[in-house]
Design a protein around this ligand. Structure first.
Ligand code: SF4
Length: 486
């Protein structure tokens, strides 16, 4: 008889077919991305750190993590021996199993703590803790309380980490109790599915990404063309699935009476007629806002769940790199400047000092997505008030090259409804490509920079730094070329 673990309960709760495929056809899973792996590692590290909130405990997990029986027996032994703090306590009841991050006995009563790397209690965390409450209490251990432990987004680090301030603890016992009947019924249904041989028939739907992206996306969505109604920009998910349910997958099959807005019809018609939309007066008006010297600027950033530096909070977005191409006049040669931080040092002081030297005090600063670069500059002004005036000057000079594409002043079918630089560049300047680079998008740049904190291999560090420099440089060169096309 197969047993139901918490992760399988949550998977089956999202989609029964996903649980069946996971158990019977794991080979159909999508590859785990580096970003997913990084997320998993983050959760693990936060879990270990949170144990220090309740020091002196014993880890009940066994060498073979999947040997639940040994872990359950060991947890039971530890409880019988009078151990009052247990990490990774394992429980089993009604053919269900769970590991609990931290179990604590206070004044003769048991308290359960489940740790998350998030900065708030999410809806799906309630199901998670309700399942644990169900298994633990059904196994015979009464719980006085069950709580979520997560990162406190109000915490600003000053000096040593203060764990009691870094972590927030919220009781979810009332929600867990209220869900017990549902958990009992659903776990019975999932157990019978797991121990049967029939794959549930489930079509694709919003559940494929809610609350998590499903591992079997590639398998279940293979009948959906690469470019389909799911790529229509700003179209609500319910409308996309409405079209799908009506058998409409390709843009050419959308009924002319379907309620799309003007921008969406522009995308659909450009694709059908293979035509380019170009609003020259609007493009000219945009260009007239740009003055020499022109500074093409792009930032790369990363987020540390546990603040690494003073005056930073969990997941604060920290800039670690910029690339800057400068065109001082129409005929002047293109100049390039760059900055890349050196872990473990805080990248921000060097970043802002050099930026102030490189950006001068006049001329347009062209970025792609003003909200992002502008937001980082405002954060820097908050963290380093001595630069407040100069940053205000930078903000007043920013021009957003994304705007004409967001407004669709220029649109080609190759943009496929999107206006990010990664879609606009290949559509307008196909000879300039990210394809040959080690790093091809911002998320990968963040992960690469974060990995430098633990990398002791000189050659590997050098290679990663070169990759970061090449990638960021291409982002600003792309802006130079795109403005050229306009
Ligand atoms: S991709 Fe969607 S339908 Fe397929 S298993 Fe996953 S959640 Fe279920």
């Amino acid at each position: 008889m197969k047993k139901l673990s918490k992760s399988n309960y949550l998977k089956g709760n999202q989609c029964e077919k996903a649980l069946f495929l996971h158990l019977n056809h794991p080979e159909l899973k999508d590859e785990i991305s580096e970003a997913q792996q990084a997320l998993f590692n983050t959760g693990h590290n936060i879990g270990n750190l949170s144990q220090q909130l309740f020091p002196g405990g014993i880890d009940a997990s066994r060498q073979d993590f999947f040997n639940f029986k040994a872990a359950v027996n060991y947890t039971s032994e530890l409880i019988d021996q009078g151990q009052e703090v247990i990490y990774e306590a394992a429980f089993s009841a009604n053919n269900c199993l769970c590991y609990l991050d931290i179990l604590v006995k206070k004044n003769g009563k048991w308290y359960a703590y489940e740790v998350k790397a998030s900065t708030s209690v999410k809806d799906y965390h309630y199901k998670d803790s309700a399942f644990q409450y169900y298994v633990i209490t059904s196994s015979g251990l009464p719980l006085e309380d069950i709580s979520m432990v997560y990162l406190n987004k109000q915490y600003f680090r000053q000096g040593e980490l203060e764990l009691d301030k870094l972590f927030a603890i919220t009781s979810v016992v009332e929600q867990a109790k209220a869900m017990q009947a549902v958990i009992k019924q659903k776990s019975k249904a999932l157990l019978s599915l797991m121990n049967g041989k029939t794959m549930p028939i489930v079509d694709i739907g919003p559940h494929c990404s809610d609350p998590f992206g499903c591992d079997f996306h590639g398998h279940c969505w293979k009948h959906v063309p690469e470019y389909s109604v799911f790529n229509i920009s700003w179209l609500r998910e319910e409308n996309k699935f409405d079209l799908y349910q009506k058998g409409v997958l390709e843009l050419k099959d959308i009924p002319p009476t379907y309620p799309l807005n003007a921008n969406q019809w522009l995308q659909v018609n450009a694709d059908l007629n293979n035509s380019i939309v170009r609003n020259q007066p609007a493009l000219d008006a945009f260009k007239s806002t740009i003055n020499y010297p022109i500074y093409f600027l792009d930032f790369e950033t990363f987020q540390a769940p546990v603040p690494l530096y003073d005056n930073t909070k969990p997941y604060q977005i920290l800039p670690f790199q910029y690339s800057l191409h400068i065109k001082r006049s129409e005929k002047a040669p293109l100049e390039h400047r760059e900055y890349l931080g050196t872990p473990p040092k805080d990248p921000r002081p060097g970043f802002i000092q050099q930026l102030v030297k490189d950006l001068g005090n006049s001329g347009s600063i062209v970025v792609y997505n003003k909200g992002f670069e502008g937001g980082r500059l405002k954060n820097l002004a908050m963290n380093y008030p001595e630069y407040d005036d100069v940053i205000r000057n930078f903000l007043s000079r920013i021009v957003d090259l994304m705007e004409p594409f967001r407004r669709r002043d220029l649109y080609t079918p190759d943009m496929r409804g999107k206006y990010s630089i990664k879609n606009v560049l290949p559509a307008l300047v196909p000879q300039l490509t990210y394809g040959d680079l080690d790093i091809q998008e911002g998320g990968m740049a963040s992960l690469t920079y974060s990995s430098l904190y633990d990398d002791q291999d000189e050659q590997s560090v050098l290679k990663k730094r070169e990759g970061l420099i090449e990638y960021c440089k291409l982002d600003t060169l792309a802006m130079v070329e795109i403005l050229g096309v306009l």
